[in-house]
Write a protein that binds this ligand. Structure first.
Ligand code: S3P
Length: 418
């Protein structure tokens, strides 16, 4: 059972953005409750290499903004290591689109396999010039080379997929381009970039799936990062499925583009109460109380996928413990994450005797009871945490291999599954 209350480290998506936007703002920003994982640290280290200064005092991080166009390179072959972080790599391509020097982005074995071509195509109309290793016949897109460039033009972009990383890279290029740009995505993805940039004073409007951006200067902010709703999802599902739980997560991010999983869980019968003081805040925050519940199967539709994209593995764990057959459709993007999450989830669920099947873009599974087995996370943090939740829920000696990756997003998680 899970009882009492907790407060979680800051949201990973927001933390990356606050670091990057503060770096290009004028003045010193002060940030509290930054995410503590290795991905966000990779963004911070990359910015340090570009000359951004950080200082810490009494739990507050001060970021000394440089304004646009003042990053430095102390050699002609600046190489930034994005490690395991797709958000670092994609957003840096937009942030660094207009620099008077070439920049190379590298990453670990998993990032190296993740796609960058569609990002290169989306940024091309702004005049951004990025070379991928694959354009020289390499099987991988990394290393990625952002070629020096001193002029960007505004553009009207229709993105091929709903992806906040692609959209954010385009917005960051548009902020540095003369004129007004429009970015349209097929379905609305998480909108932290749009909301935060308004807070930094940018000239940006967004509604549903359209963003309008004008060249802007940013001003420093003081900001407390809301607790990470994606990290919370693991604790929420554990609390729902462990007998006798009554557990509250305080100060959790409640941005509507991130909490689609709560609607899914409620439709499955979950007892989840939310209190939010100011739903109109730039980034709404509130308390989430969860009590043990009996769950029924879910049917997660294509339109909801961008809002639950990172929670699909833990929702599949919840569905494995629910009565009936659950179906997840339109989830092909899962194949392009830190692992092919359709494949890694199917392998893991089968190892625990859950009946399930997949197509290129869907998963269907029959709720039942986990049996003990060995599961490989394939070095994917969300797969590792999902199956550690299965272990805690079932109380079986399930073995989860390769759990060090949890440190990329939520190092504190292991405290909750001891
Ligand atoms: C993220 C966006 C999502 C998500 C990732 C973080 C972001 O990726 O899966 O973990 O911070 O913008 P896509 O928007 O590319 O699907």
């Amino acid at each position: 059972m899970l009882n009492g209350e907790c407060q979680l480290p800051g949201d990973k998506s927001i933390s990356h953005r606050v670091l990057m936007f503060s770096a290009i703002a004028q003045g010193t920003s002060t940030v509290q409750n930054l995410n503590t994982g290795a991905d966000v640290l990779a963004t911070q280290k990359a910015l340090q290499q570009l000359g951004v200064k950080f200082s810490e005092k009494n739990g507050l991080l001060h970021i000394h903004g440089m304004g646009f166009g003042h990053f430095k390179s102390d050699n002609n072959a600046l190489k930034l290591d994005c490690e395991n972080s797709g958000t670092t790599a994609r957003l840096l391509c937009g942030l660094l689109a207009k620099q008077p020097f070439d920049i190379t982005l590298v990453g670990d074995a998993s990032l190296t396999k993740r796609p960058m071509k569609r990002l290169v195509s989306a940024l091309a109309p702004f005049g951004v010039n990025i070379q991928l290793a694959s354009s020289h016949g390499d099987p991988n897109d990394f290393p990625v080379q952002i070629l020096k460039n001193t002029q960007l033009k505004s553009a009207n972009i229709t993105l091929p997929v709903a992806s906040a990383q692609l959209k954010s890279a385009c917005i960051l290029a548009a902020l540095q381009a003369e004129g007004q740009s429009h970015i349209l995505e097929p379905l609305p993805s998480r909108d932290h970039t749009e909301r935060l940039l308004k807070l930094y004073g940018a000239n940006i409007q967004h509604e549903n799936n359209t963003v309008r951006v004008q060249k802007s200067k940013l001003q420093a902010i003081d900001f407390t990062v809301p607790g990470d709703p994606s990290s919370a999802a693991f604790l929420i599902v554990m609390a729902l499925l462990c007998e006798g739980s009554d557990f509250t997560i305080k100060n959790m991010g409640l941005n509507p583009t991130r909490i689609g999983y709560i609607s899914v869980l409620r439709a499955m019968g979950a007892n989840i109460e939310i209190t939010c003081d100011d739903p109109n805040a730039y980034e709404p925050v509130g308390n989430v109380r969860v009590r043990t519940s009996r769950l029924i199967a879910c049917n997660v539709k294509r339109e909801l996928i961008p809002n639950v994209i990172d929670e699909l593995p833990i929702l599949m764990i919840a569905a494995s413990c629910a009565s009936g057959v659950s179906h997840f459709e339109g989830i092909a993007e899962l194949r392009l994450k830190e692992s092919d999450r359709i494949e890694t989830m199917i392998q893991g669920l089968r190892a625990l005797s859950i009946q399930c099947k997949s197509t290129e873009d869907s998963v269907t599974l029959q709720g039942g009871k986990f049996q003990t087995g060995t599961v490989n996370s394939f070095d994917d943090h969300r797969i590792a945490m999902s199956f550690l939740c299965a272990k805690r829920i079932s109380n079986l000696p399930i073995e989860v291999l390769n759990t060090d990756c949890i440190a990329t997003s939520f190092p504190e998680f292991l405290e909750f599954v001891k």
